[in-house]
Design a protein around this ligand. Structure first.
Ligand code: CA
Length: 233
């Protein structure tokens, strides 16, 4: 673990989905790349790892702008995101992140309430959370791309999570895997764990404002019970 700060006793946790609960980012990157290729735009897969956490429509707008193409109207963006979602689902991408179940159990055992906070509108994953992680989340404890106007790296998704919990930022931790998500958690004022589960180096998460960084989810799950015990003292 590398750490920038000291954790306070948490009452709530705001937990990202892709790359944290599901090992879904490789399939997302492939689905994005394929969809954009169908639109005549070529991007390396790493591009999509860097944009991870943004909403689908923000991702599409940013990629068109970057390619020097006119940003498509909203209806076209919706069609493209539906196509990307279809490609993602066809890849059969529902792979649980190793260690995520133990991470959630450690929070539950310490009496920390959990809320999902995702930039995704990918129903095939969101709708599966309650079955894949039984008891980890109350049915209403989810903030998805439909619940806010400005996506990560803006703090709004995490601020919505805080108001759902009815807690202050200092009472809540964020669990993220991507630079833009870490930025959002940090900007919301929460102690932010950065878990490097993908292609980007852990130091990028520290630079994005993570308070503590782990190099894998199993490593984080191993350390979390003690972190929470110490935070309580
Ligand atoms: Ca993520």
């Amino acid at each position: 673990m590398k750490t920038n700060g000291l954790i306070r006793c948490p009452k709530g946790a705001l937990i990202d989905m892709d790359g944290v609960l599901y090992d879904s980012m490789p399939c997302h990157a492939l689905a994005w790349q394929t969809m954009m290729r169908e639109e005549g735009l070529e991007f390396p897969q790493e591009e999509f790892f860097r944009m991870e956490g943004m909403t689908g429509s923000a991702t599409i707008s940013a990629l068109f702008a970057r390619a020097g193409r006119e940003v498509p109207p909203e209806e076209e963006i919706r069609r493209m995101y539906a196509r990307k979602s279809e490609l993602f689902t066809s890849l059969g991408a529902r792979v649980l992140m190793p260690g995520a179940d133990r991470m959630l159990k450690a929070l539950e055992d310490a009496g920390v309430e959990r809320v999902l906070v995702t930039g995704s509108g990918q129903r095939s994953l969101i709708d599966s959370i309650l079955a894949d992680y039984p008891g980890a989340f109350l049915p209403g404890n989810m903030i998805t791309s439909k619940d806010y106007a400005r996506g990560k790296p803006d703090p709004e998704p995490y601020l919505k999570g805080l108001s759902l919990l009815g807690l202050a930022a200092r009472e809540v931790v964020v669990i993220e895997n991507a630079p833009l998500g870490v930025q959002a958690g940090h900007a919301a004022g929460c102690f932010t764990f950065g878990i490097s589960t993908g292609h980007l180096p852990p130091d990028e998460l520290l630079e994005s404002g993570a308070d503590a960084v782990f190099s894998s989810m199993p490593e984080f799950a191993d350390a979390l019970p003690e972190i929470l015990r110490n935070a309580r003292n």
